[in-house]
Design a protein around this ligand. Structure first.
Ligand SMILES: C[S@@+](CC[C@H](N)C(=O)[O-])C[C@H]1O[C@@H](n2cnc3c(N)ncnc32)[C@H](O)[C@@H]1O
Length: 395
């Protein structure tokens, strides 16, 4: 990551603005100074850290800008205006991931949310593997966006290349755990969800994609005429999923055994060679179930702190709270002229997020709000409870 070392730094009189770079305010603790920096449309923290007799200046890794040239500009501006003797400098940087972007692949949830707005109909395929079924769906439904969610990165790149060779444009692939991605989608926005040959995890059912929570997310995101389609060689998985969907108020099912589809996936071919049975469980009419979430937004506006309360908050530093499906770690506090900034890690165990929150007479995320996954929403709700609503330090 681009950085440089200086022997000393000048007094930081902020705000400061030069050459399109704005240093607006700072927050600090005993180890580090964070400088809130704006270049064009992006904001991030530059970090100044003392290391023996030097100061190291670089981007804070949890807020760094997506355009690396913005960071370079900010470092250069800081070097020229606030530093005395430069000891070493390494502004050379590896090519940004964005430069290596492969078309048809989404690199974050925002790209998915943006692209799906361009389509009236959306199908999702979870764990598409070699992509045979996904590409077939795309070719036969050219006005529908097929959103492929896969945790295994090489499969994503391979399928994107196959699609480009075949001039298929109506697909979007993302590397993610499908359980997390579903939870950021809008309610009633999806027409079909395919889950074909998921790993059965017979001995560790908690690792399955399918669960009660997942079925509720499917019900929430599917349109009223939307369908969920499971195809599996595991009778146990089929039965387990049927049991879960039977908990809904008025579900409807199509159940088939050994039905041939127009396309056979790589795994399906394998199981057919072994003469295994194949089960289809198609579920619809899930919307009579009340799938509204109890928490729909982060809503930090409902909390605020007096100066005395802010002083006490620092006692929460380095505390971790673990729950069944999410966690919250209060990592560090930074002082500003009249309030505090807290850094937290939180969310799902397999997709932890970091955020800086400004705490004072108003509270807000210093940078953009996290994705509204169920786990993130719950973690921030818990954060509010711990530091504000149930905070015994204040009573
Ligand atoms: C047994 S393979 C089936 C692949 C393909 N559907 C087929 O029929 O050939 C299961 C696939 O699901 C993917 N997978 C497993 N868990 C996942 C999850 N939570 N979210 C997204 N993909 C997942 C795996 O990486 C793997 O590619």
């Amino acid at each position: 990551m681009p950085n440089f070392k200086a022997k000393s730094i000048k007094e930081l009189t902020l705000p400061f603005c030069s050459n399109g770079v704005e240093f607006l305010w700072k927050a600090y603790n005993e180890n580090v100074i964070l400088i809130f920096t704006k270049v064009e449309e992006e904001s991030f923290f530059l970090q100044v850290k003392q290391d023996n007799q030097f100061f190291i200046i670089k981007a804070d890794k949890h807020s760094k800008p997506s355009k690396i040239t913005y960071l370079q500009k900010a470092l250069l501006c800081f070097k020229e205006n606030f530093c005395n003797e430069i000891v070493s400098e390494s502004f050379a940087f590896k090519k940004n991931a964005l430069d290596k972007k492969i078309p048809l692949i989404a690199y974050d949830f925002n790209e998915v949310l943006e692209k799906i707005q361009n389509y009236k109909k959306i199908y999702i395929e979870i764990g598409f593997g070699s992509g045979r079924h996904l590409l077939y769906q795309a070719k036969t439904n050219q006005d529908i966006l097929i959103l492929g969610i896969e945790i295994y990165t090489p499969a994503i790149e391979q399928v994107a290349k196959l699609a480009l060779n075949q001039e298929i444009n109506n697909i979007l692939l993302i590397q993610s755990d499908a359980r997390l991605l579903l939870s950021v989608l809008q309610k009633q926005s999806i027409d079909k969800i395919f889950l074909h040959f998921p790993v059965p995890w017979d001995k560790k059912p908690h690792r399955r994609v399918m669960s009660e929570a997942f079925s509720k997310e499917c019900a929430r995101v599917l349109k009223s005429n939307g369908k969920f389609e499971l195809r599996t060689d595991s009778y146990e998985y089929f039965n387990y999923s049927l049991g879960i969907f039977l908990e809904f108020e008025n579900p409807k099912f199509d159940i088939k055994k050994n039905e041939d589809l127009e396309i056979s996936s790589k795994y399906e071919d394998r199981w057919k060679k072994q003469n295994k049975n194949i089960y289809d469980l198609i579920v619809y009419n899930l919307n009579s179930f009340d799938q509204e979430r109890s928490i729909i937004d982060f809503n930090l506006q409902s909390i605020h702190f007096s100066k005395e309360q802010l002083k006490l908050l620092r006692n929460f530093k380095n505390q971790t709270f673990k729950y069944k499906d999410f966690f919250l770690h209060i990592e560090n506090f930074y002082i500003t002229s009249d309030s505090l900034v807290v850094k937290i890690a939180f969310g799902a165990f397999n997709k932890p997020e970091h955020a800086y929150i400004f705490l004072g007479d108003k509270c807000y995320f210093v940078f953009k709000a996290p994705f509204k996954t169920l786990e993130n929403l719950k973690a921030i709700e818990e954060f509010k409870k711990i530091i504000y609503y149930e905070n015994r330090l204040f009573s």
